[in-house]
Design a protein around this ligand. Structure first.
Ligand SMILES: CC(C)(COP(=O)(O)OP(=O)(O)OC[C@H]1O[C@@H](n2cnc3c(N)ncnc32)[C@H](O)[C@@H]1OP(=O)(O)O)[C@@H](O)C(=O)NCCC(=O)NCCS
Length: 172
């Protein structure tokens, strides 16, 4: 049986190989990578799925990012993704298991609001991510506004105007 594990027990090489398999090796130019450029992923909000043989077959990373306003101030956010499942196992619940884990952990930690670039048909349907509060958000690369999604985990409203960027100050 596969089990969900904290991602930081897995080798970084295994994570990169899985991401190449799910997204292709040219994935690094994507807008999501520019938003979190240079940031370390957050171990307390990143999960993997390990199969019976100890192989990594699912990976979800979260990153410290921010909405940077015109005056330079930042509203901290947690960027979720990439969410990746080994191609042969897609559609068998692994993506949902990892997303359940990160949303549950974020709620327990009362983390900053979650955001992602993803399909609202998936992330809205199961976890309530929405583009409602992101209409005045901009990205450092091309994006489809309907796929720029956010989710508050503690009732604080999500909104504001600015550019999504790496976070200037990251708390340990
Ligand atoms: C997208 C991904 C993470 C979903 O994980 P998964 O384990 O394959 O999917 P799950 O088994 O958890 O969920 C299956 C359900 O979600 C739906 N679903 C999956 N991906 C979807 C999408 N992109 N849009 C809409 N619905 C989607 C399926 O139709 C299925 O619905 P059903 O239960 O009604 O049949 C995975 O398929 C993947 O790694 N894809 C390639 C990389 C990618 O695009 N990642 C997402 C961008 S960050």
């Amino acid at each position: 049986m596969s089990v969900i594990v904290p991602l930081n027990i897995m080798a970084q090489d295994a994570i990169e190989l899985l991401l190449d398999a799910a997204f292709g090796p040219d994935r690094h130019g994507r807008t999501a990578y520019l938003i979190r450029d240079g940031m370390p992923w957050l171990p307390q909000l990143s999960f993997g799925i390990e199969d019976e043989e100890g192989k990594l077959v699912g990976s979800l990373q979260s990153w410290p990012v921010a909405l940077t306003h015109q005056d330079g101030s930042q509203t901290p956010l947690v960027m979720v993704g990439p969410v990746a499942v080994a191609p042969a196992l897609q559609g068998t619940g692994h993506g949902r298991a990892m997303m359940d884990a990160v949303v549950t952990a974020a709620r327990a930690q009362r983390s900053d609001p979650l955001m992602m670039i993803g399909d609202p048909e998936y992330y809205g349907r199961f976890w309530g991510f929405s583009a409602e509060g992101t209409g005045d958000w901009d990205c450092p690369g091309p994006f489809e506004p309907r796929r720029l999604l956010a989710l508050s985990v503690d009732g604080r409203p999500v909104g504001g105007k600015g550019m999504l960027t790496p976070r200037l100050t990251v708390q340990a």
